[in-house]
Design a protein around this ligand. Structure first.
Ligand code: PLP
Length: 450
């Protein structure tokens, strides 16, 4: 209608004139004005409907406008909208308790932050004070956030333009069998050689200079890289051998994405610090945090922790986190994720990989998957080059356009089409989205040269 397009024009005009956007050349973008969201869908002002297969930025685990989350915000806002962190608060304490109770053996407390990047900043700071060491080992093909230390930890191109903002960070290679840095041909070889490489890195950097190893339990944006059997327990053994703290970055995969409360619970890893954000309350109110082991907690039992945030443990955010735990239990979210992942997604992706020559590999767990697109399945040359932009990115842009034209909002990164719908998605919607991806892969097949 006329009213809708008038409203849309104003949203777009204010955005273009006044809003400065993340990661963008401001004149090169034209953000889509969104009028509303509901469950796994959102709509623009023309009424065009999108099925969200990226959960926004892989944070909207319980979907848009979940009545339980909305009610929790409303109830808390009516009672106590904010309180400073030095005071005790019911929902803050309740959420910390539930997180600790669902965490690793030896977990003791939670420091709340505003999001994922600052959770990683504080985890690194805790590890440094705890060990008295400065260096942190982080992996290539990782994203840890955009603040100073977090962007330096990040092992992909978003770090490049920022320089080195934390001199203590050293990068190493993690396991990635499809494009093995270790010439491995089996998962066992990849695990063994990736661990040998990590140990060599530790020795060459000086074991007693290294405070922490940080890793995404399942690497998210950079490829849904599922660790091969034995890798994460092997990292634990090295950390124990050299007195190094393990920080598991669960910002993207925590809170059900891979079918466990925390992804490390599916890989036999006992971390020392766990960072989370996103799924803790589906991003309805900004919230992140660090789960802290008893041992590290004790480092700050008599000595003050030198750090804090005005909004640490914000009641609106924490009330929504408590409601998230209730909803996960009531709607049996973890059971759904495991069932839909293994019964619906995995077999369908196996079928797509067999049918479409552009699919070099598929991998994932729960409701988190990646299709690695290639122009040549033999050489594994990616559909678009690493860090492709402009013309070089055209093949992936064509795949994205095919998805959007069919009503699916996809999650892509370089040459990968990734699947991360809200965890509340129905089987019917999941199948409908996979059908759209099936058709969009015909577009990718058109670029296959063999
Ligand atoms: N760590 C991981 C694994 C992430 O995926 C992200 C965001 O995508 C972050 C950290 C940063 O979180 P935030 O954007 O909330 O600062």
């Amino acid at each position: 209608s006329f009213g809708e397009s008038e409203a849309q024009r104003e949203v777009r005009a204010n955005d273009r004139q006044y809003v400065f956007h993340s990661w963008s050349a401001q004149d090169a973008i034209n953000p889509l004005p969104i009028a509303k969201g509901e469950g796994v869908r959102f709509w623009d002002y023309d009424g065009t409907e999108y099925l969200d297969f990226s959960s926004q930025l892989v944070n909207l685990n319980l979907g848009h406008q979940h009545p339980g989350l909305v009610a929790a915000i409303q109830e808390q806002a009516g009672r106590l909208a904010t309180i400073q962190p030095a005071m005790a608060n019911d929902v803050r304490g309740e959420l910390a308790k539930r997180i600790v109770e669902h965490s690793f053996e030896g977990a003791r407390s939670v420091f709340f932050t505003n999001g994922g990047a600052d959770a990683n900043e504080y985890a690194v700071r805790m590890a440094r004070h705890h060990t008295g060491r400065q260096k942190v080992l982080a992996r290539y093909r990782s994203y840890h956030g955009s603040t100073a230390t977090a962007i330096t930890l990040t092992g992909e191109p978003r770090r490049w333009a920022n320089g080195t903002l934390d001199a203590g960070v050293v990068h190493f290679q993690g396991p990635y069998l499809y494009r093995s840095a270790f010439y491995a041909e089996t998962p066992e070889q990849e695990t063994e050689r990736a661990l040998a490489h990590l140990e060599q890195t530790i020795q060459l950097e000086g074991p007693n200079t290294i405070a922490a190893i940080i890793l995404e339990t399942v690497t998210g944006t950079n490829g849904v890289l599922v660790p091969p059997p034995g890798y994460l327990p092997g990292v634990r053994a090295l950390a124990d051998k050299y007195g190094i703290v393990i920080i598991a970055d669960e910002v993207m995969v925590g809170f059900g994405r891979t079918g466990e409360w925390f992804a490390y619970q599916g890989f036999d890893l006992r971390p020392d610090l766990v960072t989370f954000a996103k799924g803790v309350n589906s991003g309805y109110v900004p919230l992140g945090g660090v789960v802290i082991s008893e041992e590290i907690h004790q480092t700050f039992a008599k000595t003050p922790f030198p750090g804090g945030l005005t909004y640490s443990g914000h009641p609106l955010a924490c009330a929504t986190g408590v409601a998230t735990f209730d909803i996960f239990e009531e709607e049996r979210i973890l059971e759904r994720v495991n069932d839909l992942g293994s019964r619906v997604v995995e077999p369908r992706l196996r079928e797509l990989a067999a049918k479409h020559p552009s699919v070099g590999e598929f991998r994932g767990k729960g409701l988190f998957w990646s299709l690695e697109l290639v122009v040549d399945p033999e050489t594994r040359e990616p559909l678009v080059p690493f860090n492709a932009t402009g013309e070089a990115a055209a093949p992936m842009n064509a795949v994205v356009a095919a998805c959007k034209a069919a009503g699916l909002w996809p999650f892509v990164h370089f040459n990968r089409l990734q699947i991360a719908p809200p965890l509340i998605i129905s089987e019917e919607d999941l199948v409908a989205g996979l059908d759209i991806i099936d058709a969009a892969l015909d577009v990718a097949d058109g670029y296959v040269t063999k």
